[in-house]
Design a protein. Sequence first.
Length: 180
Amino acid sequence: MGVRADAPESPAPPSIEDRFVELWGDMSSLWGVNPTMARIHGLLFITGATMTMDQLMERLAISRGNVSMNVVKLIEWGLVQKVNIRGDRRDYFASVSDTWEMFTRIAAQRKRREIDPVLTTLRSCRDDLAREPGDPSRLQRIEDMLAFLTLMDHLATQFFASHKDLRAAVSLLAGASPTV
């Protein structure tokens, strides 16, 4: 007589938390961050929990160094804060919970890292072209681009002054009454 093997069980579907964390990791390239940084943030955001480095390591199956490096970046971005729990010497970390505040901080960081250097380079190009004899249309194209991006930079600065300002501006642009 042969031994009957039970059919292997199909794996349980991923939890909502797992799906959200993976989505956050997949979206990371849109924000200009690495997937691990996004996954750590996604886990802290979706759970609403404060977690230690060890808990993050275990839950996401990543190394201590990877967690440490990415938590520091998340703190720099203002998306995560260190939380002290009385009587516990470990560091805990929690995500900003307000969606508007979170996206305002992400957008402000993207502006600082991507738009600000472009403006600096365009200003330098404009200044160099203004000193050189030659085709004035090149200078005009740079000045036009600089004027446009400076205006967008000014608007972004106004929008990202606070998450409430961004929410009011977006509501106004969408034709809805601002709710702050």
